[in-house]
Design a protein around this ligand. Structure first.
Ligand code: GLU
Length: 440
C-alpha cells in the first residue's frame, strides 16, 4: 500500500493517480464482498455466473459548446448490472474519477441495495468524467442535456432510471427529465416524468427525497443503538463529505442529541471539541462553492488526523476506498455508518473487524436514498403528490425492515452484517432466477 498517497478522494482532489487507483479499487472491493457472501451461502453456480457480469455497459462521447465558444468532447457512462427484479436503478455522478470500472462497481452495489431493500428494481450507475466545479451553470446544463441525448433510449421510466449521486443534484435531474421527455412525442410527455428521480418539487419531485439518504443513515444508526443498548444522545461523530448525505446525516444526528466534532472534504479538515453546528456549516458551504474551507468557527487539522479522532461514530459520506489499511487501525469509534458507496476496502474492513468496530454496510446504511426514489417513481406513475411526513415514515419502515432482515440473517449464518446484507439480497435474486428460469 502506498501510504504517501493521501486517502481523501472527495471532489476537487487533484491527486494524479486517483483514476488509476479507483479503476482497481472499487470494482475489486465489490467483487471480494460478493464472492465471499456467495461462498458462505452456497449461491447457485449459474446465478453466481450471471451476477458476476454486468448486462450492458454504455460509453458515450459527446460534444458540447462551452461559454467561450470552444468545443469540448466529454465521456459519459451508464453501466446496467442486473434487471432480474425490475428496471435498472441508480445515480449519475459528475466526478473526475468516473470511469468504466467505478461505474461497474457502483452499478453492482445498486443491485444488492435494491434487492436488500425489497424494491422492484435492478442496479445501474453512471456519470460523466468531469470536475463540475470547472464549468458554469449554463455549461453544466448543456453537458447534462447532451449526455441525456447521447444515452437516448438506453434509459427510460421502465428500463433504467437515473438519480442524483456525487456532485449531481435536483436541478440536473430536472434537465435530464426535460431533455428525455422533449425527445418523445408530446402525448407521452407526462408519462415520462419518472425517467429520473431526485427531481425538484416543481418538476415532479418528492417531498423528502432531498433528505432521504441522510434520514436513512440515521434510521440505521437508531436501529444499531437500540440493538446495542448504546444511546445516540451525547455521542460524538465525525463526517467525511458535506454534500447531500453528509449534511442531512449530521442534521438528523444532531436531532438525536449527538455532537458533530469534525468534518472533512477535499478542501479542508475542520474540528471543534465542543461541536460544530451542522446548519451553520451548511449555510457556509452553500455560499462557498460547496466547500467547508474557510469555516471560521472550527479549527483545522491535517487530513491524516481525521479518522483517528476520538469519537463514537464515523460517517464516511464522500467517495469509495477511504478507509483502508493505511488508516483503519487509527479508528477509535464504536461504529462506522457507511453513507458513501464502498467507503471501506477489503483490507480496511478486516482491520475494523479485528478491532471490534461495528460496520453498518453501505447497501443497508445509505439505502434511504433509493427507497425515497422508489416513492418518487410511484408518485409520478400515479400522478399523486405525497406529504413529507408520510414519505419519511415509509422510508423509515423499509430501512428498519431491511435492518431486521440483516440482523436475523447474521444470526442464522453467524456472519457479520455486511455478509448478512449480501445474503439477503442474493437469496432474493437467486429465488427469482430459479422460479423464472432462463430464456429461451
Ligand atoms: N445515488 C444514490 C445511491 O447510491 C441513489 C440512487 C437512486 O436513488 O436511484 O444509492
Amino acid at each position: 500500500m502506498d501510504t504517501t498517497i493521501p486517502e481523501i478522494l472527495t471532489p476537487e482532489t487533484t491527486i494524479m493517480n486517483t483514476t488509476a487507483r479507483n479503476r482497481q479499487g472499487m470494482y475489486r472491493v465489490v467483487m471480494d464482498q460478493f464472492e465471499h457472501a456467495a461462498d458462505i451461502m452456497g449461491l447457485d453456480p449459474g446465478v453466481r455466473k450471471i451476477l458476476s457480469r454486468t448486462n450492458s455497459e454504455i460509453v458515450v462521447h459527446f460534444p458540447v459548446k462551452l461559454d467561450d465558444g470552444s468545443i469540448e468532447v466529454f465521456t459519459g457512462y451508464r453501466v446496467q448490472h442486473n434487471n432480474a427484479l425490475g428496471p435498472y436503478k441508480g445515480g449519475l455522478r459528475y466526478h473526475q474519477t468516473v470511469d468504466l470500472d467505478s461505474a461497474r462497481a457502483l452499478a453492482i452495489w445498486m443491485t444488492w441495495k435494491t434487492a436488500l431493500a425489497g424494491l422492484p428494481y435492478g442496479g445501474g450507475k453512471g456519470g460523466v468524467e468531469i470536475n463540475p466545479k470547472l464549468y458554469s451553470p449554463g455549461e453544466l446544463e448543456r453537458i447534462t442535456r447532451r449526455f441525456t441525448y447521447a444515452l437516448g433510449d438506453n434509459i427510460g421510466p421502465d428500463l433504467d432510471i437515473p438519480a442524483p449521486d456525487v456532485n449531481t443534484n435536483p436541478q440536473i435531474m430536472a434537465w435530464i427529465a426535460d431533455t428525455y421527455s422533449s425527445t418523445k412525442s408530446p402525448a407521452t410527455r407526462f408519462t415520462n416524468l419518472h425517467v429520473v428521480t431526485g427531481k425538484p418539487l416543481g418538476a415532479g419531485g418528492l417531498e423528502g427525497r432531498d433528505r432521504a439518504t441522510g434520514f436513512g443513515v440515521v434510521a440505521t444508526l437508531k436501529a444499531w443503538s437500540k440493538r446495542t443498548g448504546k444511546p445516540l444522545s451525547g455521542m460524538r461523530y465525525i463526517v467525511q463529505g458535506f454534500g447531500n448525505v453528509g449534511y442531512w446525516t449530521s442534521h438528523f444526528l444532531a436531532e438525536e442529541g449527538a455532537l458533530l466534532i469534525a468534518v472533512q472534504d477535499a478542501s479542508a479538515t475542520i474540528y471543534h471539541a465542543n461541536g460544530i453546528d451542522p446548519e451553520d456549516l451548511n449555510r457556509h458551504v452553500e455560499g462557498n462553492n460547496r466547500s467547508i474551507a474557510g469555516y471560521d468557527k472550527a479549527g483545522t487539522l491535517t487530513p491524516e488526523e481525521f479518522f483517528g479522532l476520538p469519537c463514537d461514530i464515523v460517517v464516511p459520506a464522500a467517495l469509495g476506498n477511504q478507509i483502508t489499511a493505511s488508516n483503519a487501525g487509527n479508528i477509535k469509534a464504536q461504529v462506522v455508518a457507511e453513507g458513501a458507496n464502498g467507503p471501506t476496502d477489503t483490507e480496511g474492513e478486516a482491520i475494523l473487524r479485528k478491532n471490534g468496530v461495528d460496520i453498518i454496510p453501505d447497501i443497508l446504511c445509505n439505502s434511504g436514498g433509493v427507497i425515497g426514489s422508489y416513492y418518487e417513481w410511484l408518485q409520478n406513475k400515479r400522478s399523486e403528490s405525497w406529504k413529507i411526513e408520510e414519505v419519511l415514515e415509509m422510508i423509515h419502515d423499509k430501512v428498519d425492515s431491511a435492518f431486521n432482515k440483516v440482523v436475523v440473517t447474521a444470526e442464522e449464518f453467524q456472519v457479520n452484517w455486511r455478509d448478512a446484507a449480501y445474503i439477503v439480497a442474493l437469496r432474493r435474486l437467486e429465488k427469482t432466477y430459479k422460479e423464472r428460469g432462463i430464456f429461451p
